[in-house]
Write a protein that binds this ligand. Sequence first.
Ligand code: PLP
Length: 409
Amino acid sequence: MTATLDVGRIREQFPILARRVHGRPLAYLDNAATTQKPRAVIEAVRRFYEERNANVHRGAYTLSAEATDAYEGARARVARFVGAADAREIVFTRGTTEAINLVAWTLGLTRLREGDEILVTGMEHHSNIVPWQLVAARTGARLAVAPITDAGDLDREAFRKQLSSRTRIVALAHVSNALGTINPVRELAAEAHEKGALVLVDGAQAVPHLPVDVRDLGCDLYAFSGHKVYGPTGIGALWARRELLEEMPPWQGGGDMILEVRFEGSTWNEVPWKFEAGTPNVAGAVGLAAALDWVAETGLPAIAAHEADLLAYATARLGEIEGLRIVGTAPRKAAVVSFVLDEVHPHDVATFLDADGIAVRAGHHCAQPVMDRYGVPATVRASFAAYNTREEVDALVASLRKVREVFAR
Ligand code: PLP
């Protein structure tokens, strides 16, 4: 049985949740954009700067050795969290966007040829579309798109049909940020592998909500961002199978990614450092490790169960509001509810809710093709995390009812 969360105790660990906005208690419902940080993360970053700050992999002195241990220890923590075979399979990046760009500009550039295809789904975030468009333009490869259904599921039949011997890379979201849909990655990866394609998973919206085991998923590459899983901004990770990382050429050049540099030519460091040019975000990595510790201690199954309850409650309560339409009703969803309200622009809705202290996202959520698919310019999106409550959902519903009254006049 899954342990239940003591949400009151969890909320106490997030200092920002005590804030008031426009005189109202803050109801932070924009967790798909970024999560708030528990004291454990804030303290870990503070302690790093107060006690161990130095550059890594360089100094012979104590502080530098300690900073290096902290940084490489964080890499091992990330590896354990996602079930990687080895810490050397983890490349630190600025986040999901940088991780996908890294793959596109290394593997994409070396493996793709004229007439090859990169297959994405119709629910991708722009960061899993645009890097592939850029690399397709450079290589002559083509971007193919597997469509999504009215409910927001991947059309499995169409996906299968799109896969062919020309498909070199399948790049897909584990969880859609705009719809909340959870994709059956294991099955999709197996189908892609049958055609010889590599599978890159955008895990930005999955890692905070689902236990992720990259080997169990059977994908080849997996990207995620620290700030969406209670960690700092500016840090994230790419996991890839070791032999792929060995095959991939370096991306950015600079310090730390080299073995030797001569004007005649240079040689590269081992993986993963080959992909980490320049001084890395050491404090960010330390904060990310603290965030993953926090999630593990709190218990991802308990967090997932709590969020599933909030999602079901919010879906039912929002469904009671006349003129409100939920966009994205797939049976397997993470804690995201996107919706539109008749005749009220999503930006107006979000501004109105802000006056009640409720933070939601309004816009295309960096997923314009999803908006086009459902014929809306934008949606309002409420997205939940471990610290959210049913009372916050009630506050959202009450405020939306006021929006309707005001705009119906
Ligand atoms: N992919 C998905 C599904 C996302 O939701 C996001 C952020 O919203 C990203 C990628 C990009 O993440 P980041 O901005 O942290 O690089």
